[in-house]
Design a protein around this ligand. Structure first.
Ligand code: SF4
Length: 153
């Protein structure tokens, strides 16, 4: 077991490097193409409702229905700004999610019999990649206010 010392309110997990995020984005099979992206929409039973985990918790996917599969695809194609803009459609508060918060998406990944895609790490790295660009924070701020890919706006 990995033990990490806590100091004050600082995060104990620094998140993964770019190589790890790209590994996860390419491990994903981009299920949105088949409408089967259970990480976002939940793992559904044929007769309706959601499948349940071994602990009897419904596998309902991302509470925000974030476009995870699309994000992973864009990330794998080397389009970090597009990947972040896609996250921001449903989750402008992504600076507070990712590896810091729930992993309902990961629990509902289509890979139920093998290691699921580590979506929280991929999401956080996508944000950090943009923040590390020149004017990265301004780009992030602009995307959260403008949200150009949100068609209803
Ligand atoms: S994260 Fe899992 S469920 Fe979601 S698109 Fe990728 S492989 Fe499919």
């Amino acid at each position: 077991m990995l033990l990490r010392a806590r100091v004050g309110f600082g995060l104990t997990d620094d998140g993964g490097p770019l190589s790890k995020a790209l590994d996860e984005a390419n491990y994903c099979i981009w299920c949105h193409n088949q409408g089967k992206d259970s990480c976002s929409k939940g793992l559904k039973e044929k007769e309706g409702g959601f499948k349940k985990s071994a602990l009897d918790i419904p596998l309902a996917g991302c509470p925000l229905e974030e476009k995870i599969s699309e994000m992973n695809f864009l990330k794998s194609e080397g389009i970090p700004l597009g990947a972040l803009a896609t996250i921001i459609i449903d989750n402008p508060m992504c600076a507070g999610t990712g590896h810091r918060i729930c992993n309902d998406c990961m629990k509902s990944c289509i890979y139920q019999k093998q290691e699921p895609v580590n979506i929280p790490q991929a999401e956080t790295r996508t944000l950090r990649d943009v923040l590390e660009l020149p004017y990265g924070f301004e780009i992030y701020s602009l995307l959260t206010r403008w949200n150009p890919l949100w068609r209803r706006r």
